[in-house]
Design a protein around this ligand. Structure first.
Ligand code: HEM
Length: 511
């Protein structure tokens, strides 16, 4: 690598012969200046042309700009006697305080995570940054389904199977190339996958990465007949077929008892009629796990895609890559063997699914929230306004304090709950922590929206721009309300938590 004296760089200071210094690296922008998205003029001003433009650069660009191959090749050398700053690799754990949960911060301890989780996290982070992230960025923008190539790699590592939690379905599988054994796998490993997904900053794709499987397949796994299970589970976990959960309707969302889709018996078949709304992954699903009314009760039926099943895309505030659909069943005929659980027992099937779904949403939402805290810590450190970095302003520090406290509170509560999940049977979980999970979901989504507001203020105009500096803040601000709705609306969650507590009040409780 060539080195140049500062004085030598300074000679190249006019259009057609233009160098600049960023982070002690010298860039020849003579030709690029004409193509520069910010214009030629900003590069030929006196304070930039032939000068150290590091501060100006980081006030306007994300560090990743200089890592893109088309810009990295503008680098022609280094400044003599100066140490260039080496950017951390995206697969490394961040060194920014509070950017990672405590257990991943050097020198800190945790009672929950073991060597197995650390090994696993490293591998999963690398996989998500190298394999998933480029696809996430592309799909978030073009609204297309997750690429089959990425699905195949997710399956190769058995990530789709691990996203269902611990259990028999992991037996005999090689997890992340064998870095951990199926028997080791617990809810903290699963939490790690959700966290790595949530921090991508592409909320539509977070659902597009087959969230439908995570909520649509467990009823098949737990309540399907052996024949159905043997056929559907391998198809879905190998990424050959996709499944989604079809419960909510325009008529009923959180109030599941208001559902109107019907399943009527005709000999050995169910005939299904009705509509479902907001169905994640519905656009590309091959199977639909459908909640139906049957003779005054509810029954869940697995419905394969057919000519009698129509899916229409719903335009939402997040990316179409999530495949959100309006689904119509028009006399869809399905064998009665496709019933999941007992006829009339659908409510139990539906409810038993919710705790895990809500816990998953908490994980991804909290991880996305933490990523925003990191963005704000970095931005307020590098952005100079009124002659000082933003973080020299008390009002900014006060916002950061609240953001950090919120995400740390959520994280600690989540880890306590996850520890309970590791030690309780599913029935015990429903009895003891369903309410707590609902309360935590309410807490994380409320604080997420507060953090989105604060972050937008800190980023100013950039916080409402979908590309460039504030792209993650923009995405989070636009999409954080999703988590407050999906899997149970925020107020309903709070109410559920308190009602469960009231039910458990001891008879002799007196002040
Ligand atoms: C090697 C040097 C540079 C490269 C490769 C580069 C590249 C880019 C790119 C890709 C963008 C589009 C926005 C984004 O993706 O973040 C951009 C925008 C911009 N750049 Fe540069 N840039 C360089 C240096 C500079 C310098 C030294 C300045 C000067 C002060 C500057 C000023 C701007 C401005 C004002 C914008 C528009 C920002 C906005 O819309 O918020 N750039 N640049």
């Amino acid at each position: 690598m060539k080195t140049f004296a500062v004085e030598e760089v300074a000679q190249h200071n006019k259009p057609g012969d233009l160098w600049i210094i960023v982070d002690a690296n010298v860039y020849d922008v003579s030709k690029f200046a004409q193509l520069h998205p910010g214009g030629v003029g900003v590069l030929t001003t006196k304070s930039v042309a032939g000068q150290d433009a590091t501060q100006a650069f980081y006030g306007l660009h994300r560090a990743e700009v200089l890592q893109r191959p088309q810009y990295a090749r503008l680098k022609i050398g280094q400044v003599q006697g100066q140490e260039p700053i080496i950017q951390a690799s995206p697969s490394d754990n961040s060194q920014v305080p509070y950017a990672e949960p405590t257990w991943l911060s050097a020198g800190y301890y945790s009672p929950y995570y073991t060597e197995s989780h650390r090994r696993f996290q490293k591998e999963v982070r690398k996989f998500f940054m190298e394999v998933v992230y480029p696809d996430a960025v592309k799909c978030e923008e073009n609204g297309k389904r997750i690429s089959q190539e990425v699905v195949d790699k997710l399956c190769e590592n058995n990530i789709l199977a691990m996203r269902l939690g611990k259990g028999k379905h992991l037996e005999g599988r090689t997890l992340m190339g064998g870095i951990i054994q199926p028997e080791e796998f617990d809810h903290f490993h699963e939490l790690i996958i959700n966290f790595e997904l949530g921090r991508l900053g592409t909320r539509g794709y977070v659902d597009g990465l087959l969230a439908g499987n995570v909520i649509g397949l467990p009823p098949v796994l737990n309540f399907g007949s052996p024949e159905i299970k043997n056929k559907v589970v391998p198809e879905v976990l190998s990424g050959k077929k996709f499944i989604c959960l079809a419960i909510s309707e325009a008529f009923a969302g959180s109030d599941v008892s208001g559902l109107q889709t019907t399943a009527e018996r005709d000999g050995d078949f169910w005939v299904i009629n009705g509509t479902k709304k907001w169905i994640t992954n519905g656009m590309f699903a091959d199977y639909f796990t459908v909640a139906c009314r049957t003779d005054g009760a509810y029954t869940v039926v697995l419905v394969p895609r057919s000519d009698e099943v129509e899916t229409k895309a719903i335009k939402t505030a997040y990316s179409a890559t999530a495949g959100t659909a309006y689904v119509t069943f028009d006399n869809a005929r399905v064998p009665v063997q496709n019933t999941l659980g007992k006829v009339g027992n659908g409510m139990q099937v539906i409810l038993s699914n919710f705790n895990h779904e809500r816990w998953m949403i908490i994980c991804t939402a909290l991880s996305a929230q933490r990523r925003i805290v990191e963005e704000c810590l970095k931005w307020s450190n590098q952005r100079v306004a009124f002659g000082k970095p933003l973080n020299a302003q008390a009002v900014i520090r006060s916002k950061l304090a609240s953001m950090i406290a919120r995400v740390e509170a959520g994280q600690n509560w989540l880890e306590t709950i996850t520890h309970q999940m590791n030690n309780m049977s599913y029935n015990e979980q429903s009895d003891k922590i369903a309410g707590t999970i609902a309360l935590l979901k309410q807490f994380v989504t409320k604080t997420g929206r507060e953090t989105a507001e604060d972050a937008t203020q800190i980023f100013g105009g950039r916080g409402i721009t979908a590309t460039g500096m504030g792209k993650l803040v923009e995405n989070f601000h636009r999409t954080s309300p999703y988590d407050a709705i999906l899997g149970g609306a925020e107020d309903v969650m709070g109410d559920l938590g308190v009602r469960q507590a009231i039910r458990k009040m001891p008879k002799n409780a007196r002040l």
